[in-house]
Design a binder for this molecule. Structure first.
Ligand SMILES: [Zn+2]
Length: 356
């Protein structure tokens, strides 16, 4: 039988950039075969994958992972899978092929499932789950709990709260003119943009969990032209639905500072916040108690990032996220996952599947 590290190597070496249908087909078939060997009934919803284990009755526990990565095909030669210093290195090793391994190995350890367990493996989480989202919502609705196998924020923790995310595009129209006539000859969209960037960053309130970032900007057509157009792309985060609404109305309320400039805002919320409901808090208390009985100390943590856990929570299902192993360098060339943590997380998930 393939052990966990070998399984991780196979998954990392099956490159799976989001949107690559052929490669997603390969890794999807590989994961489906692993699940079928564990007795799962497989439903392909290409490019995604649903596996059902155990009896058919009663609300299931839903495991969630994504098989897509941010790494383009052909990354492996520069970042080959290898094990060094207690870590497994490679593209997607941490985010989140080790999470898939955690799910598979926990199920393998348990053998026959006494209760219904559904395992959803999606293929477009890294671009915001445009087609995975309805499946996350469908499987979460009516589930006992959703257990998301993303990496935790830090070692020894699970993620019980996540920020809501929004993306906005700001488009500014000024009036182009010859620069030789001075900026006053036209209306500089780039000048207007500068004001708006300061305004957007001024909306941040880190203590309240409100974060804004103008991450990309552009504008103008030449050094000697007063810019007629400019644009910015904005990332906006808040811990609560209320915070998201306030932030949205501030962003939509942006007004031009320069006479003759016009502003257009598009975009909106991409992930609702994953908030702590009473049901989720109870689930978390049980999970921490079960972990303690297994000899694992577990603490709660909040993540400023989003995952499919946000969508599961938004349909009212209690969610525990960050159940995958820890590591570092997600989306970076030094991406690696701790093998000690991988072992611990397999034990933890096995215990949760039995006792939760
Ligand atoms: Zn991920």
């Amino acid at each position: 039988m393939m052990d966990a590290v070998e399984l991780l190597q196979r998954l990392v070496e099956l490159e799976s950039p989001t949107g690559d249908g052929e490669r997603m087909g390969h890794i999807g078939r590989f994961i489906a075969a692993e699940l079928e060997a564990l007795g799962a009934r497989i439903e392909r919803r290409d490019p995604h994958l649903i596996a059902r284990l155990g009896p058919d009755d009663g609300p299931p526990l839903v495991l969630m992972a994504h098989m897509d990565t941010v790494w383009p095909a052909g990354t492996l030669p520069a970042m080959p899978f290898h094990v060094k210093d207690g870590y497994a290195w490679g593209p997607g090793a941490l985010d989140m092929k080790a999470g898939i391994v955690t799910g598979l190995e926990a199920l393998r350890r348990l053998g026959e499932q006494p209760r219904p367990v559904h395992f959803l493996v999606t293929a477009d989480e890294e671009i915001g789950s445009p087609t995975g989202r309805p499946l996350v919502e469908e499987l979460s609705a009516g589930a006992r709990a959703a257990l998301v196998l993303e990496p935790p924020v830090k070692d020894g923790t699970i993620t019980t709260t996540r920020s809501g995310l929004a993306r906005y595009q700001l488009h500014i129209r000024g009036r182009a003119a010859h620069a030789g006539n001075g900026a006053r000859a036209g209306v500089s969209a780039v000048d207007e943009l500068a004001h708006q960037i300061i305004a957007v960053h001024g909306m941040a309130d880190p203590a309240a969990g409100i974060r804004t970032n103008v991450g990309q900007v552009g504008g103008g057509t030449g050094d000697n032209v007063v810019a007629g157009e400019a644009w910015a792309r904005i990332d906006a985060r808040a811990w609560t639905v209320e915070g998201q609404r306030t932030l949205e109305s501030s962003i939509r309320g942006l007004r031009p500072r320069l006479d003759g400039a016009a502003i257009e805002i598009t975009g909106g919320v991409t992930r609702p916040p994953m908030m702590q409901t009473a049901g989720a808090a109870e689930l978390v208390r049980s999970a921490i108690a079960i972990a303690r009985d297994t000899g694992i100390d577990l603490a709660e943590n909040a993540s400023p990032g989003g995952s499919d856990g946000n969508f599961a929570a938004a349909v009212g299902t209690p969610v525990i996220d960050g159940l995958g192993p820890t590591g570092s360098g997600a989306h970076a060339v030094d991406e690696r996952v701790s093998l000690e943590s991988l072992g611990e997380r397999i034990s933890l998930l096995s215990a949760l599947l039995v006792a939760l």
